[in-house]
Design a protein around this ligand. Structure first.
Ligand code: GUN
Ligand code: ZN
Length: 435
């Protein structure tokens, strides 16, 4: 028997991808009394309640959210599952922060029980924040990948993850070798890629922690499995960039290291890209690679200000990333709030609709999942969030003073967090309900 669900309520999404931010408002679809029909996890009809109710046979289980706002599930384009318990670690910039806090925390994930416990907490935290898809770093230990995908499986989440490849400049308990990382990653690809909704990402941590031999192996894997993702860090911090240039003198800059080893492309996502040079922007565009913009992390580690306008000018795909644990929130609402401020400091006022675009359809595009996710188009997978606009007294007061949807959305993005997530649906099923 087919599982049929009908959701009635106020809907908001962006209908199509755009080339310029000025085009987003024309693609906003706001339906005050709408209906979403779902069959076996996929959207089969979407429109107004008035037009859609004729299709509502008694086989449908109907849920009505008269007071809320329903948007596509958020996609987090960069997050570290094994840094959940070290979020908010004080006082350092990237390289010291990794050595002082990150590596000691990640070592614990060699223990599968620990990884299982944390994976469960991590997945629950995503869902509680309305994040239905994420591109996730695990640790160097293959069992950390098993733990994460196993924890996501009961929810049938579209999750992309991979084992870190790291064979130098890290504690011994966190390093593999070029050959071992190839073998382990290959086994994990065969085990998990496209198992249910799971997808695999080849995950060299960043250029400084891989030897040329390991990056070569990563490129070999990508050539053997062109459908899998590549996920790494790029140009986050100025000392990091200098270090890469010293380690790879024969390459023409940081991105060229990855490009040289065949790691750029349509399914390659580079976290941060705060300090890209012009030639690197061109390479990102020419290879159709994507950027995960992680504002809470970039502020927290003092890394710098990512230029969204430059990404539009260069036609480079971007998505929003939390980058927990350098990022300070699992919430894409909070991430949008900080994205706005980071752009304000550069003289660009990110509109509420553009922020929604980056958190949904734009992120889906960055993850090459825009054919399956990112809005309510018929045929897409039914991942969505039911948001409460009035989760606190202050929000209620502020929202009572405004009536148009753009201002309401802006207030939600600026003041909102997990308290605003009323319910989360994955593949048509309710997987979280605020108590
Ligand atoms: N660069 C290399 N590893 C990391 C990490 O774990 N977090 C961040 N923010 N940047 C990195
Ligand atoms: Zn990161």
């Amino acid at each position: 028997m087919k599982i049929k669900t009908a959701i009635r309520g106020q809907f908001l999404d962006i209908q199509t991808l755009v080339q310029q931010p000025e085009d987003i408002s024309g693609q906003v679809r706001h339906i005050e009394d709408g209906l979403l029909l779902i069959e076996d996890g996929k959207i089969i009809w979407f429109g107004t309640w008035q037009q859609g109710q004729q299709y509502l046979t008694e086989q449908f289980h109907v849920e009505h959210y008269p007071e809320q706002l329903i948007v596509p599930g958020f996609l987090d384009t960069h997050i570290h599952f094994p840094q959940t318990e070290m979020i908010a670690a004080y006082g350092e910039q990237l390289l010291e922060w990794l050595n002082t806090y990150t590596f000691p925390t990640e070592i614990q994930y060699q223990n599968k029980d620990h990884a299982d416990r944390m994976a469960k907490i991590f997945i629950e935290e995503l869902l509680k924040n309305g994040t239905t898809t994420a591109l996730v770093f695990c640790t160097v230990h293959p069992q950390s990948v098993d733990a994460l995908f196993e924890a996501a499986q009961p929810y049938n989440m579209r999750l992309i993850a991979g084992k870190v490849m790291m064979d130098r400049h890290a504690p011994e308990a966190l390093t593999d070798t070029a050959e071992q990382s190839y073998q382990d990653s290959k086994a994990l690809i065969e085990k998990w890629h496209e198992k249910g909704r799971a997808l695999y990402a080849i995950t060299p941590r960043f250029a400084p922690t891989s030897t040329p031999e390991q990056l070569d192996k990563a490129g070999q894997l990508k050539a053997e499995f062109p459908d899998v993702y590549v996920h790494t860090h790029l140009s986050e911090n100025k000392s990091e960039i200098e270090w890469v240039k010293a380690l790879f003198p024969e390459q023409n800059g940081y991105l060229d290291v990855y490009h040289h080893y065949g790691l750029t492309g349509k399914k390659s996502v580079f976290a941060h890209c705060v300090h890209l040079e012009d030639s690197e922007w061109n390479c990102m565009h020419d290879t159709d690679s994507a950027i995960a913009f992680c504002p809470t992390s970039n502020l927290f580690l003092g890394s710098g200000l990512f230029p969204v306008q430059k990404a539009w000018q260069k036609q480079v795909k971007i998505g929003l990333g939390t980058d927990v644990g350098a990022g300070t929130s699992f919430s894409l609402l909070q991430t949008a709030n900080e994205a706005y401020k980071v752009q304000q400091l550069q003289g660009y006022s990110l509109s509420a609709f553009e922020a929604l675009y980056h958190a949904t359809l734009g992120s889906a595009h960055a993850l090459d999942l825009d054919h399956q996710l990112g809005n309510f188009n018929v045929g897409k997978e039914a991942d969505f969030v039911v948001l409460d606009l009035n989760a606190t007294c202050l929000q209620q007061l502020r929202q009572s003073t405004i009536s148009n949807i753009e201002d309401k959305l802006f207030t939600l993005l600026t003041l909102g967090d997990d308290r605003n997530v009323f319910a989360t649906y994955v593949y048509g099923q309710k997987v979280y309900q605020k108590s």
